[in-house]
Design a binder for this molecule. Structure first.
Ligand code: MOS
Length: 759
């Protein structure tokens, strides 16, 4: 094979700004309330919309009586499918950048109802309170049809989805004969898992404030992870030119995937604003946040076979997930199992079952947070059956290259994660047997698991503008969904031009800025960070040329320079230097501006598998009588390439561990299948972890050098932090109690049933 040329413009150490634990630059704005969210913009004459949601899960609206609602003082208009303005009818026009294969939902398009809580009307009033009151008085009659909302009752009615949606890869073809090898294996486990549907539940609920301008153009403040996605979607659906729609989303109060696709509140707010030629806001209530995308309910089977020395001889992983009737929502659930461990006989199978639900939606580490925990629990069960340490079993079958493709990993410091995580946790050489560590009435247990996520990158662009005052501005249409994007982009820019991070202002979340991808998939640092670096590299090149050519320049004839302390400095003679501001003055330039487009380094990427890895270690304490679980210690060791900011990256891992605790022990959307509706649709009954549920979490970033992934060598950390956690907790609960619960969440009732069934 032809050797891969070195990636141009690779950032090499040592660094001064990159790698520093800088506090988030938008922190003050957020804690003082100066950061405005989508539903917080005061606009003169603003109208308020409130959504009327369907009471049935499937069927037709037969009559809508708005008489009583219209009589409420302050009500201006009620939009339904009967009086809505013209809308696009081609499916293509309703597709957003994250739409899976199929027909996207068209709210208020016709009388059809495809899921519970689907919008059937929008009440628009002078006040939020009037709109909400009137929404309750809208009388809707339905013709209901039988619906199916239970995955477990429908998991035999399935189909296999094809390649689709942002690189969804169906499972690779089988290797060897896994079923025969399983039957012949010396030691084996064959296990079923279920995982409840989960909702994102960001603290900021979805809201859109649409400012209507006299010329018919719109300024939209939207809660979204992608302003450009919303802009092009609104333009498609309402047939508007891009020049008359500007979408802003500079601050996002959590999203976790819920803001990847434009949601119906955006559609309804724009619909009303255009119909009434007024500014309109639509904000969803917390229960209405349970009316759209979610992490799908999943059934899985994982079967592993091994020889007595722990060599894996068979691996079967099957999964069935729910999707909606109209769209094929797909996740990569089982492919990871073929990638994580070496095994000659592998069969992976992924199917969907259509239910009468809203199309599911990516939620933090979609697919991996579902499939990898099942594999990692199965590995733990196999380790106990073999009498082997769970780390040793994983090392015995460690994949040096990607077994799915045969490609090498661009870097994979998972061994270092095992070693450093185990050391920090105090993992013993010999784990005491299950149910053998007791402290008073509590049973103590230790568990571990590995995690994996992709290191993705998308094309992105950025503009860098250097002012005569030496301050730098960065502009890109990316979002910051709370991950620290403002901060890390400033650090990258400061690094390239030898400035302090505080000298860089970052502007994002505006559709009029240079193109950037939706913020998701943990790809923002990789994609947008690389674009910022490229724009600053171009500025550096120009500054070098200007400095060399300045009259009487100390850098005359210098071929290679670096940037430090606001100076252009000769590479081999630090005494030859010139302040950046002086370079610009000498050239008579008040500003220097450069725009760059960065694209993934295709050659390197195509020849490697690129991913982040983790090893998670957990201690739990389970009350022997009550079955209540406390997670008392977590160590998460992460390999994710260069860490741009250990503080904000560390916070991503902390938050993701909390998500993992929620998935393992608490989060569960409970559907009443008679009604076809999630019943625990508020934060009182849909449990997420609170501070009292969360122990000290120790995050370890292991060193990982990667020259293939991108010019920064950074892989992104938004999602890897959750992947190993549910399995590590589940394994620790088994170690504490001797009870296996393979249905997430592991709630008290299930543990008590297990304890009662113990011999
Ligand atoms: Mo993330 S689920 O890609 O926002």
């Amino acid at each position: 094979m032809i050797p891969i040329p070195r990636m141009p413009g690779l950032l090499e150490g040592p660094t001064t700004q990159v790698g520093k634990p800088v506090s988030r630059v938008d922190g003050r704005l957020k804690v003082t309330g100066a950061a405005r969210y989508a539903g917080e913009h005061a606009i003169p004459g603003l109208l308020h919309g409130y959504v009327v949601s369907s009471a049935i899960a499937k069927g037709r609206v037969t009559r809508i009586d708005t008489g009583k609602a219209m009589a409420v003082p302050g009500v201006v208009h009620i939009l339904t499918h009967e009086n809505r303005p013209d809308l696009a009818w081609l499916d293509r026009k309703w597709k957003d950048q994250d739409a899976p294969k199929g027909s996207p939902l068209r709210p208020l398009y016709d009388a059809n109802v495809s899921h519970s809580l689907q919008p059937v009307a929008l009440v628009v009033a002078e006040s939020f309170e009037a709109a909400r009151l009137a929404a309750r008085l809208v009388e809707v009659a339905y013709e209901a049809e039988p619906h199916q909302t239970s995955l477990l009752m429908n998991r035999d009615i399935t189909f296999t989805p094809g390649k689709d949606k942002g690189g969804f890869e169906p499972p690779p073809a089988p290797r060897g004969d896994a079923d025969a090898a399983l039957a012949a294996a010396e030691v084996s486990v064959d296990l079923e898992f279920t995982q409840a549907a989960e909702y994102h539940n960001p603290i900021e609920m979805h809201a859109s404030t649409v400012e209507y301008h006299p010329d018919g153009s719109l300024t939209i403040h939207d809660k979204t992870q992608g302003v450009l996605n919303c802009q092009s979607w609104v333009c498609g659906v309402f047939n508007l030119p891009k020049s008359s729609v500007r979408v802003l989303s500079p601050f996002v109060g959590g999203a976790f995937g819920s803001g990847l696709r434009p949601q119906h509140q955006l559609f309804l707010a724009v619909l009303a604003a255009l119909a009434l030629k007024r500014s309109v806001r639509v904000e969803l209530s917390r229960p209405q946040m349970f009316s759209f995308g979610h992490r799908p309910e999943t059934w899985q089977r994982v079967a592993l076979g091994a020889s007595r020395d722990g060599t894996l001889t068979a691996l079967v992983h099957e999964a069935v997930q729910e999707s909606s009737q109209a769209e094929n929502y797909v996740e990569i659930v089982v492919n990871w199992s073929g990638q994580q461990y070496r095994c000659d006989n592998v069969r992976l199978d992924y199917r969907l079952s259509r239910l009468d639900v809203h199309t599911p939606l990516d939620q933090r580490a979609p697919g991996a947070a579902t499939g990898v925990p099942a594999l990692e629990v199965a590995m733990d069960e196999l380790a106990w059956k073999l009498g082997m340490d769970p780390i040793q079993l994983r090392l015995k079958n460690y994949a040096e290259a990607d077994p799915n493709t045969g490609k090498p990993f661009s870097s994979k410091e998972l061994r270092a994660c095992f070693r450093q995580g185990a050391e920090r946790f105090g993992w013993p050489d010999h784990l005491p047997p299950p149910r053998s560590m007791r402290d008073g009435r509590e049973l103590v247990g230790w568990g571990m698991a590995a995690g994996v996520w992709d290191a993705m990158q998308n094309p992105a662009s950025a503009k860098a503008t250097l002012g005569a005052n030496g301050k730098l501005s960065i502009a890109t249409a990316s979002s910051d969904i709370g991950t620290g994007t403002y901060t890390v982009l400033a650090q990258v820019a400061a690094e390239v031009l030898g400035l302090e991070t505080a000298d860089v202002a970052v502007e994002i979340g505006d559709s009029s800025l240079p193109q950037a991808p939706i913020q998701g998939g943990s790809w923002t640092v990789s994609s947008v960070g690389s674009a910022v670096k490229a724009a600053c590299d171009q500025l550096a090149k120009r500054l070098h040329a200007l400095a060399r050519d300045a009259e009487g320049s100390p850098l005359a004839g210098v071929g290679s320079v670096r940037f430090a302390d606001g100076h252009v400095v000769a590479q081999d003679d630090p005494s030859r230097r010139m302040p950046i501001q002086q370079v610009m003055r000498a050239a008579g330039l008040p500003v220097l501006e450069e725009k760059a487009l960065s694209v993934p380094y295709a050659l390197g990427r195509l020849r490697h598998t690129l991913g982040t890895h983790s090893a998670v270690f957990v201690e739990v304490r389970v009350d022997a009588e009550l079955g209540t679980v406390r997670v008392t210690r977590v160590v998460s060791a992460i390999a994710a390439g260069r860490i741009i900011n250990p503080k904000t990256a560390g916070s991503q891992i902390l938050g993701a561990v909390v998500w993992g605790v929620g998935m393992a022990l608490e989060e569960e959307a409970m559907t009443d299948h008679t009604l076809g509706r999630v019943m625990n649709h508020d934060l009182a009954e849909y449990h997420v972890p609170v501070s009292a549920d969360i122990p000290d979490i120790d995050v370890v970033f292991v060193e990982e050098h990667d020259e293939v992934v991108n010019a920064l060598g950074a892989k992104g950390v938004g999602e890897i932090g959750i992947v190993g956690v549910p399995a590590a907790i589940s394994n620790a609960i088994f170690h504490a109690t001797g009870v296996r619960v393979r249905d997430l969440p592991i709630t008290v009732d299930k543990i008590r049933a297990g304890l009662a069934a113990l011999p």
